[in-house]
Design a protein around this ligand. Sequence first.
Ligand SMILES: Cc1ncc(COP(=O)(O)O)c(C=O)c1O
Length: 395
Amino acid sequence: MNNISSPIPLSVPSFSGNEWKYLKDCIDSGWVSSEGSYVRLFEDRLRRFTGARHAVACANGTAGLQVALRLCGVGPASEVIVPAVTFIAPVNAARYLGAEPVFMDCDEFLNLDAAKLDEFCRRECVRTRAGLRNRRSGRIVKAVIPVHVFGSPCDMEAVMAAARRHGLKVVEDATESLGSRHTAGHWKGRHAGTVGHLGVFSFNGNKIITAGGGGMIVTGDARLAERALYLANQAKDDPIRYVHDEVGYNFRLSNLQAAVGTAQLEMLPAILRRKKRNFDLYRALLQEVEGVRFLGVPPGTAPNHWFYSLIVEKNRFGRDRDEVMAGLARRGIQTRPLWRLNHRQRPYRRCQAYRIEKAPWFEARLLNLPCSRELTEAQVQRVAAAVAALRRRRG
Ligand SMILES: Cc1ncc(COP(=O)(O)O)c(C=O)c1O
């Protein structure tokens, strides 16, 4: 299968645990939708794994973010601070609620720049009785969404301090960072996603574990967890007479998905070891190659190494990122650039963007290398050798 010429995809899932067994349980029992016992089991296991106090399974990460934002009071005519660098889902989640995004720059690890977040709140906003008012728009900024990009934890100490100072709620987008931890500082020992008021994980097919789609809202606040469950379950006030006092959502996870998710979660510790091993190998193989380097690991964190992000600097490598991507594609190796920056996406071009300076630099240079969890040592060597061979010497 994995001979020298076979294609190497960017990221594919694998199912080597109890997935079939648990799925069969669901089908044999007839419990396939959200009332089944695997939903509760999955919530419980994820809670225990991450140390979160409460967990509510939901249809996907985007839905979880929408519910979490709503629980923070985000609605029409409010604003949410979001990263310019992230998959677009958290931005859309704010927009679904009628809120306006305000785009923030990234730091050297691609995460939300916490210093600029604080600066924006101090310079561009004013504290009022109604909350933090954006001077330019007149709207109230309700929340900030730090995204742990590609699995590297944000500087949550600085984000939480800024949020506290300015009265913002924090919804952690931990969709890419299941298994990532803070290892030093105030949040030492805490998993990414469990620091803010609410956090959200995703079990989409490309994530570190998958349920074939799915998400999980986590929080330390029992009342928020109860509200999340209520809203995700169509805001059912009386489940017999079907009384609904609010507009809810059909956002619960199915038992079939939870069964797959539970089986995958059992394998997560081994997956994390493998992801780190392959990251270390890539790094060792490419460290002598001039003009390329991997994105650093934020100090005081242990990331899940979901994606392996390479920075290609043309002046030293002799080729730019797009040429490297094309060269690798010719060798059957699938890679991907960074997402188009969100403040330049068509639906959001008119929204406020605050001093986006670092993000365009990364947008032009970043290349994500194959990172499937079943990636073999031989495949990592093949990718690294192909990257090295593309370097063009001057003269
Ligand atoms: C940063 C980020 N946020 C949100 C999502 C949305 O998760 P889902 O696909 O489960 O809706 C994803 C991934 O898909 C993501 O990468």
